[in-house]
Structures are given as structure tokens and as C-alpha cells.
Write a protein that binds this ligand. Structure first.
Ligand code: CDP
Ligand code: CDP
Length: 226
């Protein structure tokens, strides 16, 4: 029996992390864990309780009184906040607009990271996020830094909205992504940066399958080495 490895996938919004992570996990019979969904869940709860997202102590106390459950499954992760299924709601534009402020607080990240590390303890996990290769799983056997041009990433999100019958405006999405990337890359705590030992993949001109194949090939190589 081959040993299982952990796979870290980081990168900016819309690079294709979650789509590709799901495929890779399914190919390898690994567990996919969407760490962004955990920050989104807390942002959702903050919005619903009128909690000041700039105020760290309020958010930490909110987090202490909130149950956030992640259930891995074939179609991605199901997310529950205090037993309510919020899988769809955490993708709203309101949550998207506030999540980077929520995730910038040290005390929030500290707790999220501990939970994420516990979920990956047994190996055989694919985690996607911003700080997986640098902070959550610095010892991950395979680290991917997935990028794409901001125009392409905005197009993808726009297409996704249109396909799902959601209102969408390309210029607004482009702006929103730029603002969020800027916050995620320049925050003090665990900013989005490429780990020195990460493999960078530019998906701008690659299909989902091409990216997934590349990562699976790298994973099989690392599995056989481990
Ligand atoms: O899917 P998308 O790229 O839109 O975002 P996401 O992965 O759901 O993450 C939402 C937000 O959570 C990001 O913009 C970051 O502010 C934060 N995040 C983080 O700080 N660290 C992670 N490991 C994952 C997400
Ligand atoms: O998780 P992240 O924010 O990095 O991106 P995603 O939600 O996985 O992907 C955003 C959108 O881009 C999805 O609708 C994917 O189907 C699409 N996509 C694509 O068109 N080509 C790729 N190579 C990767 C993703």
C-alpha cells in the first residue's frame, strides 16, 4: 500500500483551485477540504448577527459561539453553521465582499488553521486556500500555486454566475476580485504568497482537465517517492 500524501493548493480568487482540487481528490480517492468556505461561514454569521467585521475581539467571541461544520462530499464541501446548511449562501456577493476583512484577523486565523490541520492529520487530504503551503501544511508533500490572469479569472466567475442564472456584471466582478486579491496579498498575517517549494501552474490558457492532469501526475510522482 502506498502512503498517502497531503496536497496544498493556493492562489488568488478564480484561479480554479476548488474545481481542480475536487477532481484531484476524487481521482486519488483523497478528501477535499475547502478552507475558504470556513472563512466564508464566519463572514456569513457575522453579517447575520450584525457583528463588526473589523473588530477582532467581537469576531473571536462570535467564532467561539458558532459551530462551523465542513462535510466533504463528491460535489464539494457542504457547510453548516449552527446546524443550518449555508453551502449556497456563503457564495453570495455580500459574504464575498466581507470575507477578506474577516480572514485578516490573527485570532480568527489561529483557530481556523488548527481545525484545518486536524482535518489533514491522517494525510490523503487536498486543501485549497491562501496559506495552505506556507502556514497550514508547511510539510505538505505537494504544493501547488495556481494562478491565472485577473481578466481570465473574472471571466470565469462571470460565466459561472450566468450559467447559474445569477445576476452578474463582468466589470464589477473584475473590480471585486482585484480588491480581494489586494487585501489577501497585503495583509500582515499569512498573506497569499507562493511557498518557496510550491510548483506554480498558470491556468490562464489551460482547461480544467489539463490543470487537474498536471497536478495528478505530480501527486503520483510524490506518492511513489514517499
Ligand atoms: O473561491 P474564492 O477564491 O472566491 O475564495 P475562497 O477560497 O472561498 O476564499 C474566500 C476568502 O477567504 C479569501 O478571499 C481569503 O480572504 C480567505 N481565505 C484565507 O484567508 N485563507 C484561506 N486558507 C482560504 C481563504
Ligand atoms: O477556487 P477558485 O476561486 O480558485 O476557482 P474556482 O471556483 O475553482 O474556479 C472558478 C471558475 O473557473 C469555475 O467556474 C471553473 O469552472 C472555471 N475554470 C476554468 O474555466 N478553467 C480552469 N482551468 C479552471 C477553472
Amino acid at each position: 500500500v502506498m502512503d498517502k500524501i497531503n496536497i496544498a493548493i493556493d492562489g488568488p480568487a478564480g484561479a480554479g483551485k476548488s474545481t481542480v482540487a475536487k477532481i484531484v481528490a476524487s481521482e486519488l480517492h483523497y478528501t477535499y477540504i475547502d478552507t475558504g468556505a470556513m472563512y466564508r461561514a464566519l463572514a456569513w454569521k457575522a453579517l447575520h448577527t450584525d457583528t463588526d467585521i473589523e473588530h477582532e475581539a467581537s469576531l473571536i467571541s462570535l467564532l467561539e459561539n458558532t459551530s462551523i461544520e465542513i462535510y466533504p462530499g463528491d460535489e464539494g464541501n457542504k457547510v453548516f453553521v449552527d446546524t443550518q446548511d449555508v453551502t449556497e449562501e456563503i457564495r453570495s456577493s455580500e459574504v464575498t465582499a466581507s470575507v477578506s476583512a474577516v480572514s485578516a484577523h490573527y485570532g480568527v486565523r489561529e483557530q481556523m488553521v488548527t481545525t484545518q490541520q486536524r482535518l489533514a492529520m491522517k494525510k490523503g487530504a487536498v486543501l485549497d486556500g491562501r496559506d495552505i503551503g506556507t502556514v497550514v501544511l508547511p510539510d505538505a508533500e505537494l504544493k501547488i500555486f495556481l494562478i491565472a490572469s485577473v481578466e481570465e479569472r473574472a471571466q470565469r466567475r462571470h460565466r459561472e454566475n450566468v450559467d447559474n442564472g445569477r445576476p452578474s456584471e463582468l466589470q464589477t466582478i473584475l473590480k471585486d476580485i482585484q480588491v480581494r486579491d489586494e487585501k489577501d496579498m497585503n495583509r500582515e498575517i499569512s498573506p497569499l504568497v507562493k511557498a518557496t517549494d510550491a510548483v506554480e501552474i498558470d491556468s490562464t490558457r489551460l482547461t480544467i482537465e489539463e490543470v487537474a492532469d498536471k497536478i495528478c501526475a505530480l501527486a503520483r510522482e510524490r506518492i511513489s517517492m514517499s
